[in-house]
Design a binder for this molecule. Sequence first.
Ligand SMILES: Nc1nc2c(c(=O)[nH]1)N[C@H]1C(S)=C(S)[C@@H](COP(=O)(O)O)O[C@H]1N2
Ligand SMILES: [Mo]
Length: 200
Amino acid sequence: MRGEALPPGQREARGWPVSHYGPVPRFRVDRWSLQVFGATATGETYSWSFDEVMALPGATITTDLHCASGTTTRGHEFFGVPASALMELAPPAPDVTHVMAWAEYGYSANLRLSDFTSDRTLMATHHNGEPLTVEHGFPLRLVVPHLYGYKGPKWLRGIEYMTRDRRGFWEERGFHTIADPWAEQRYSYQEDERPQGPCA
Ligand SMILES: Nc1nc2c(c(=O)[nH]1)N[C@H]1C(S)=C(S)[C@@H](COP(=O)(O)O)O[C@H]1N2
Ligand SMILES: [Mo]
């Protein structure tokens, strides 16, 4: 990752600053679960305890993180459960098109199903070989390497399968519903823009 180009309009930040809306939630293992709900193939809701999530097969990815406010931090190694593996354990109904990723305190981010199932999308438990710190999302954090950071809820608690799109927390507050940093999709007003050709 290091040495590669940054997405347009991004500048590199040193270290790994913490940024999120609201307070850092306290983790209580006995009250914690990860749930998959909404339009599952069978109609049932799936639930995993902290120990069960930690026992799921893991994978490692290395990625930069791009905040839509313009800073990029580079070379993060995340270990955790691939989103595609979770989908195999909790299959979606055939007409599911999007997911909502839910975190503590009602933070949410909508994703196209294809972004969620992308082979590098991960529910991370570890960063650079250590458990995530609470500020960075312990015990579980979604990482969607090819999208802006707001698509990756820290303190992840649930995945809702949806049969049509709905906007999440930042998407309702003026941020882009897709959030591809390479296309610089920061703001919701850009969703109406047509590609500019010679006759535009
Ligand atoms: N629960 C929650 N997750 C969140 C946010 C938030 O406000 N709440 N902010 C997002 C945004 S905008 C960014 S850029 C990254 C920042 O992650 P970091 O603090 O680990 O750098 O977290 C994302 N995940
Ligand atoms: Mo961000």
